[in-house]
Design a protein around this ligand. Structure first.
Ligand SMILES: [Zn+2]
Length: 288
């Protein structure tokens, strides 16, 4: 399927205007709601082309070594299992874009009946073998529609979705009454993003398709039958190699940027530092 409305905002449908280019791809801003986005022309091929095995291993657009980030990713999941104890008891949950299931494993260990959906079959196979967890499908739509849960988590995924509205509608239909939706993503309105301008590390098409602010994400989710319960800045750690990649991105891969960061690129995958830029955020919503 080819999208003929490449310049139209995926949130409100109005015309977008060009803001700037990254990797020869034009980032647009909606003239109506000011959402920033990039739209792939071939929607059908986009997921397969972008989230193949390369995305999780050695990719310039994705992860240097996702599997090697196990300690970091599982610590991030534990942050959320602890946070959620303030709002609910463990029940049934589904993680969207689960990769090899680090979050599913941690939620299972915290008493949740957890499963995950993930388009990359290598990641699903790896996680199921390694942890014995349930990663049954590529996407929510592939699960039985009667299968409703207490919590759906969307961690670092919503900015990669071709159609966030459609996914939020599906999520709403897959949650039980009073169910919770946890989203973590990047904040275009953060100080770090605003100071970085076009060099902000998250301006990273073709894998990233949307750049939300806290306000725009909240508005979008609330339009789909949710109310906000809580929000915060995640306590994150970051792989040294990934930190180097972000610095190189911000300096347009300049010689100075590469020279300053080459020792970090060579660091082992499990070496991490606290992430302190404050440009990521989470929001917790409840079905109205
Ligand atoms: Zn718009």
């Amino acid at each position: 399927m080819t999208d003929n409305s490449a310049n139209h905002c995926p949130l409100c449908g109005k015309q977008g205007r060009a803001r700037f280019k990254k990797r020869d791809l034009t980032i647009l801003e909606c003239t109506n709601c000011h959402h920033q986005f990039w739209k792939p022309t071939n929607l059908e091929a986009h997921v397969a082309e972008t989230y193949g095995d390369d995305y999780f291993q050695g990719s310039s657009a994705g992860y240097l070594d996702y599997v090697g980030e196990e300690t970091i990713q599982r610590a991030s999941a534990r942050y959320y299992t602890r946070m959620l104890t303030r709002h609910t008891r463990p029940g049934r949950m589904t993680d969207v874009g689960a990769a090899c299931g680090f979050f599913v494993k941690e939620f299972s260990d915290a008493g949740w009946c957890a499963c995950g959906v993930e388009p990359n079959s290598s990641m699903r196979d790896f996680g199921q073998k390694k942890f014995g967890i349930d990663l049954p499908a590529a996407q929510l739509d592939d699960l039985p529609s009667s299968d409703r849960v207490d919590l759906i988590s969307v961690i670092q995924v919503i900015s990669h979705l071709i159609d966030p509205r459609q996914t939020l509608t599906t999520i709403h239909n897959r949650l039980l009454p009073g169910g919770l939706l946890l989203i973590e993503t990047w904040d275009r309105s953060s100080l770090a993003a605003r100071l970085s301008g076009e060099g902000w590390h998250e301006y990273n098409p073709p894998s990233v398709l949307h750049w939300f602010s806290r306000a725009s994400l909240q508005k979008l989710v609330e339009e789909h039958g949710f109310e906000k319960v809580s929000q915060g800045i995640p306590r994150k750690r970051i792989q040294l190699g990934r930190a180097a990649k972000m610095i190189r991105h911000s300096t347009e891969n300049s010689i100075i940027g590469r020279w300053l960061t080459w020792p970090l690129v060579l660091a082992p995958s499990n070496l991490a530092v606290p992430y302190f830029l404050g440009d990521a955020f989470w929001m917790l919503f409840r079905v109205r």
